[in-house]
Design a protein. Structure first.
Length: 150
């Protein structure tokens, strides 16, 4: 079975396919994160982009997983992330437990577009400064930043 999310399934989740305005927001966010990380002596092995629509997301998945980093960070629409995740799950060394996502991917649509458990363990920050984590079939969100006082 193909890891590609079928078009009829994507059509049921139109908001998941809507890119941030402008669509370059994900690429810009990834570049900004890479710049901030390396400015503090961190090492970025690769910044990989992928098309919103493609026959396969295998090459970007191979480029992401091929360098075997300590962690992965994904910034995209839920639909784009789901398409890539379908290919990442077959890559040696990739694990969702070492994968972080931007707030833009943390939606129930992402879970609906990926096989159950495919992203279990993936985590990230919300736009409000809280956190989110994907379980076997749940998106757990806490919009209270850790240590915030009432």
């Amino acid at each position: 079975m193909s890891p590609r999310v079928p078009e009829p399934t994507l059509a049921r989740y139109p908001a998941a396919s809507q890119p941030p305005q402008p669509h370059t927001a994900s690429a810009g966010a990834a570049d900004a994160l890479a710049a901030a990380w390396t400015a503090d002596a961190g090492q970025v092995l690769a910044v990989v982009d992928w098309p919103a629509a493609a026959a396969s997301w295998l090459r970007p998945a191979q480029r992401l997983a091929g360098s075997q980093p300590d962690a992965w960070i994904l910034a995209d629409t839920p639909a784009g992330c789901a398409q890539l995740a379908g290919r990442l799950t077959g890559q040696p060394g990739w694990t969702p437990g070492r994968t972080f996502g931007f707030a833009s991917v943390a939606t129930p649509d992402l879970l609906a577009l990926t096989p159950p458990g495919a992203l279990a363990g993936m985590t990230g920050a919300t736009a409000a400064g809280g956190s989110w984590r994907i379980g076997q079939s749940l998106l757990l969100v806490s919009d209270d930043p850790e240590g915030a006082t009432p």
